[in-house]
Structures are given as C-alpha cells and as structure tokens.
Design a protein around this ligand. Structure first.
Ligand code: ZN
Ligand code: FE
Length: 244
C-alpha cells in the first residue's frame, strides 16, 4: 500500500499557486512551478520537508523564477520541458512526451500539452488521481495562446478531459472568478455554470481558493471544453482575451 501524496498550495504574486508535493513514505518533496522561492522554501521548512525536485510545466518566469534559489537552498534537481530548456533557469532533466517523473513510489507521466507555450507539459499521476497542468486547463478556463494555435490548445484540453472524472486538477492560477463570468456570458442557459459561478463568488468573497478542480467539474462547466469544435474554441478563446 502506498500512501497518498500530500499536496500543499503556496500562493505567490497576485494569483499564482505553487504546489508542494510530498510523499510521506519516502519523505521526498517536489515543487511544481516555483515562480517564487521564498514562499515555497518557507512552506516546506514549516513542515520539516526538503525540496528535492523542481518540476516546471513551462518557461514563463512566474513558474520558473525561483528555480535557482530553490536549488541553492536545497540542492533540488530541476526538470522541465525539453524544447524550452534554453529558457528555463538551471534545467538539468529535460522532459518530453512519454517520459516520467518520480517521487518515491509515485510515478508521473509527462504529457505534451502545447497551446499556452509550445513546449508546455503536464504531469499526470494516475495512481494518485492528480494532474499538474500549469497554465493549460484552468478552473472554468484555459491559458492564453501565447505561442500555440487554437487547434493545439483544443487538443491539449480535450486530451486532459480523457482523464478519469475524479482526477484532481492542480493549475497554476486563481483565475476562476474571471473565468466564471465569461463562462456565464457564453453559456447563459447552462445551470451547472450558473451554480458554480455563485459558489466561486462566495468562495472568493471569503478568501477561499477554488483550485484544485476536477475533470468532472470542468467537463460540466468549462466553456472551452464545452466548445463543440475547434472553430468555436478559437472564437471563445479570442473573445475571452478581450472580455471585461
Ligand atoms: Zn504561463
Ligand atoms: Fe502563469
């Protein structure tokens, strides 16, 4: 029997979530997307954990800016997408589709999920029922298309949607309220969206996080997964970019 992963949310900047991942059996700890080192080192220290691995989903500085400081504090190895190696500070282990990361006995599959950036990866821990998706799939939303095409992002999102419905989705930003407003605007007749919008408003008014989400929740309320085809996805993504 292997123990469940312990996952700790570490807020940073305005709306980023950095994730500490701890395996109680081996005592190993990883951090996903440490844009800031101080906050994750403090959170690990408070629990008596030492960060042994950094896992980057993509090169953006709000996800990688703390890499070198985490490494110098704890000696962590730094893993991230191979095709973004040159832009990721300290990258030592280059990951591509089909590779694996390990934390004790827990294995994470590396999926290529291009769209937000071209090299963006997700880490899928099937046994734990957990996926770290960076800026690809958000609660009720998805990442902006800075590098990829609408077709790439549409495929990436729909691939993530094939995970079991109960899979917990750990994304890198608290954008849910803004996403919910847009979702309600483009899917005005969708009751599940209206209900979740109200729940998200309440949660944020009380200062509660709305992440992680699940594949089941996203399948029902994410307007980008509800898009009927690539063209509708592309229209919605463009509309969200300029939505109030
Ligand atoms: Zn990003
Ligand atoms: Fe980001």
């Amino acid at each position: 029997m292997i123990s469940a992963l312990e996952i700790v949310r570490v807020p940073a900047f305005n709306d980023n979530y950095l994730w500490l991942v701890h395996d109680p059996d081996s005592g190993e700890t990883a951090v996903v997307d440490p844009g800031d080192a101080t906050s994750v080192l403090a959170a690990a220290d408070a629990r008596g954990w030492t960060i042994g691995q950094v896992w980057n989903t993509h090169w953006h500085p709000d996800h990688t800016g703390g890499n070198l400081a985490v490494k110098s504090a704890s000696g962590a190895t730094i893993s991230g997408p191979r095709s973004e190696s040159a832009k990721i500070p300290g990258l030592e282990i280059a990951l591509s589709e089909g590779d694996q990361v390990r934390l004790g006995a827990h294995m994470g599959e590396v999926w290529a999920v291009p769209g937000h950036t071209l090299g963006h990866i997700a880490l899928i821990f099937r046994d734990a029922g957990v996926a770290f998706v960076g800026d690809t799939l958000f609660a009720m939303g998805c990442g902006r298309l800075f590098e990829g095409t609408p077709a790439q992002m549409f495929n990436s999102l729909n691939r993530l949607a094939t995970l079991p419905p109960e899979t917990a989705i750990y994304c890198a930003h608290e954008y849910t309220l803004s996403n919910a407003r847009f979702a309600a605007h483009v899917e005005p007749a969708n009751r599940a969206i209206a209900t979740r919008f109200a729940e998200v408003e309440q949660a944020r008014a009380e200062g509660r996080a709305t992440v992680p989400t699940t594949i089941a929740q996203e399948a029902a309320t994410n307007p980008f997964l509800l898009a009927s085809d690539e063209a509708e996805f592309a229209r919605r993504r463009a509309a969200k970019d300029s939505f109030g």
